[in-house]
Design a protein around this ligand. Structure first.
Ligand code: PLP
Length: 389
């Protein structure tokens, strides 16, 4: 018996996370491994949020929840987006989803027909190609260049959109894995190109509270009618396991996305939504507090790495990751990451896991305590010196 083509096409057999599994095996065998490969905070969800979740569940909010999201939460998310971007936003523009990942799928499913082409920028978050292929559409990556700080070039988007008759473009700023925050010029060029080629814009903004330099701009500020924004509390509130995200889009798009939710997830548990309300009620200071360790570690890392003449650092402008260009060692990202794991017990992600444009790079997640982080960065420098000697 054959399984469906879309389900077989989700991955190409390898999911790019082999190194993570190897690191886990080494740990299980008793070896000390510093894991700089995980996109998750080193703190747990705040007890205040958990208490709200518990009290809500105890009070009986355990039945089927409103599929589009509770009215109070949709309003809170809409008001927050309006306050952050200046774009008028109503609860009707919001669908609450189980995390940003399901929002990414819903957004593509709503805008693509089978065999349509969906564009995305390389380097990219690992699930992008599979998410697109699950809809039955074709995924097509557009390379951004390390030398341009991984800002996409709108002329490439224009050319490839024309060649492929693409229907959508997925962008991600602040970017995982590169730390790029699209400049106003980049965003303006990208949106103008999408208007010219009549593309839907799907904008993954799950790292929008982690900005280290520059300003976060949403393409929705330039064209709200063609933009579907994907948001999440995973990174902003250290709530990765709670699975709470959203799509923000024109009301007519949301009304169809509610149909998608009704026939897939059937919404998000009410006690999780109440926990989200409690988390939002803590205000921006709380979000800054969650983001703070990544800013601190980025500065620590830049201080250590400036001593290396061989590593080219791409200082991140946002997010929890740091990209290092290790091409001077003559190794691929994969070879380098494997060697580093075996010789020093340090796990990083090879750039190649995030697309061909990140080949010869490694991604460091700034998600371990400062002491281990500092030690690991120093050892990475020593390993590079050894390879280049
Ligand atoms: N988008 C990006 C760029 C990510 O890095 C992640 C998770 O790491 C997600 C989306 C999915 O986040 P979640 O489903 O936890 O909201």
């Amino acid at each position: 018996m054959q399984l469906s083509q879309p389900v077989q096409n989700i991955t190409d057999g390898s999911d790019g996370w082999e190194l993570l599994y190897k690191a886990r095996d080494m740990k299980a065998a008793g070896r000390d491994v510093i894991e700089l490969n995980i996109g998750e905070h080193d703190i747990h969800t705040d007890p205040l949020i958990l208490e709200a979740m518990y009290q809500s569940a105890l009070a009986g909010n355990t039945g089927y929840a409103m599929v589009p999201g509770q009215v109070d939460l949709r309003k809170t998310v809409a008001d927050r987006i309006q306050a952050r971007t200046g774009v008028p936003t109503e609860p009707e523009n919001i669908l609450i989803t189980p995390g940003g990942q399901s929002a990414l799928f819903a957004a593509h499913f709503a805008t693509l027909n089978a065999n349509d082409t969906a564009l995305y920028i390389d380097p990219y978050y690992a699930t992008y190609p599979g998410t697109i292929r699950m809809t039955g559409a074709r995924d097509h990556a557009i390379a951004a260049r390390s030398e341009d700080g991984f800002q996409p070039d709108a002329r490439d988007i224009d050319r490839i959109a024309l060649e492929t008759s693409a229907k959508t473009l997925l962008i991600n700023s602040p970017n995982n894995p590169t730390g790029a925050v699209y400049s106003e010029q980049t965003m303006t060029n990208v949106v103008t190109t999408c208007q010219t080629r009549d593309l839907w814009i799907i904008s993954d903004e799950v790292y929008d509270t982690q900005i280290w330099s520059g300003t976060h701009m949403s393409p929705r500020q330039l064209d709200a009618e063609r933009t579907l924004v994907v948001g999440s509390m995973s990174k902003s509130h250290a709530m990765t396991g709670s699975r709470l995200g959203w799509v923000c889009a024109p009301a007519h798009v949301i009304s169809h996305l509610i149909d998608v939710a009704t026939h897939t997830t059937y919404g998000v548990p009410g006690f999780i939504q109440d926990a989200a309300l409690a988390a939002f009620s803590q205000g921006p200071e709380f979000e800054e507090q969650i983001a703070q360790p990544f800013r601190r570690r980025m500065n620590l890392a830049l201080g250590i790495l400036e001593r290396s003449t061989q590593i080219r650092v791409l200082p991140p402008h946002g997010g929890m990751y740091l990209m290092l260009d290790i091409r001077a060692t003559g190794k691929s990202g994969e070879e380098f990451a494997l060697g580093l794991l075996e010789t020093h017990g340090i796990a990083v992600m090879p750039g190649e896991s995030f697309g061909a444009a990140a080949a010869g790079h490694i991604r460091i997640a700034m998600t371990v305590n400062d002491q281990d982080f500092t030690k690991a960065l120093e050892q990475i420098c020593a390993y590079v010196d050894h390879l280049c000697a």
